[in-house]
Design a protein around this ligand. Structure first.
Ligand code: FMN
Length: 208
């Protein structure tokens, strides 16, 4: 297989999306990729976070996860992006990172990569698909190759989201089925990136 660089870039306030991101990173690594697990910067003041024990606890627990930079996107062949649902949409923290990518986008550095996304909401109908579809709008603008999990593995018929791995936080922490789905999604994205890399010609308008 072609060597593949995979950046798992995510935001998580209370740890759910972090757990999905860890499973995605594991799946990408098992598929043979070199993986960077990266959290985007927090934008909410500490005084607000301190008022929510679960949020404050996760900030401490994830202190050793490196922060996402534009170099992580530039380096990656495949970018696996995670966000909690915020009113059916992408979290402001992830969006702030996305909105810092203008120069890299303009130089062509975001085009031609594989992109795939995962999410969590409080309830099953709380906006998982709308969040993933909103994130996909960004990938279109970047000229990305969107690789959703679809129903490409039996686990998808149990976890049930062809748009991207998703979890309802109100049901408790992510369990085995959703974590398996996350690993499958990562494997599929990495294998697609490897196949694209193997077949890519320098003159097709994509930076090698
Ligand atoms: C401002 C805000 C808006 C939210 N909007 C939604 C929503 O539209 N639907 C939903 O089901 N959950 C919503 N939630 C709940 C989060 O999506 C849920 O807590 C999240 O999945 C937890 O992920 P995390 O543990 O990685 O932070 C919202 C939470 C906050 C703080």
């Amino acid at each position: 297989m072609q060597p593949v660089n995979a950046a798992v870039v995510y935001y998580s306030a209370t740890g759910t999306v972090h757990a999905l991101a860890a499973a995605v990173a594991e799946g990408a690594e098992k598929a043979g990729a070199t993986v960077r697990l990266r959290k985007v910067a927090e934008t909410v003041p500490e005084s607000i976070i301190g008022g929510n024990p679960a949020w404050a606890a996760h900030v401490s627990a994830s202190a050793d996860v490196a922060g996402a930079t534009l170099d992580d996107l530039d380096w990656a062949d495949v970018v696996l992006v995670g966000t909690p649902t915020r009113f059916g949409n992408v979290s402001a923290q992830l969006k702030a990172f996305i909105d810092s990518t203008g120069p890299l986008w303009f130089s062509g550095g975001l085009a031609g990569k594989v992109y795939t996304a995962f999410t969590a909401s409080n309830t099953a109908h709380g906006g998982q698909e709308s969040t993933l579809l909103a994130l996909a709008n960004v990938f279109y603008h970047w000229g990305g190759i969107i690789v959703p999990p679809g129903y490409t593995d039996p686990i998808q018929f149990r976890s049930g989201n062809p748009y991207g791995t998703s979890h309802a936080t109100g049901d408790g922490p992510p369990g085995d089925v959703v974590l398996q789905a996350a690993r499958h999604q990562a494997r599929r994205a990495v294998e697609t990136a490897a196949a694209l890399k193997a077949g890519r010609l320098p003159e097709n308008g994509v930076r090698a």
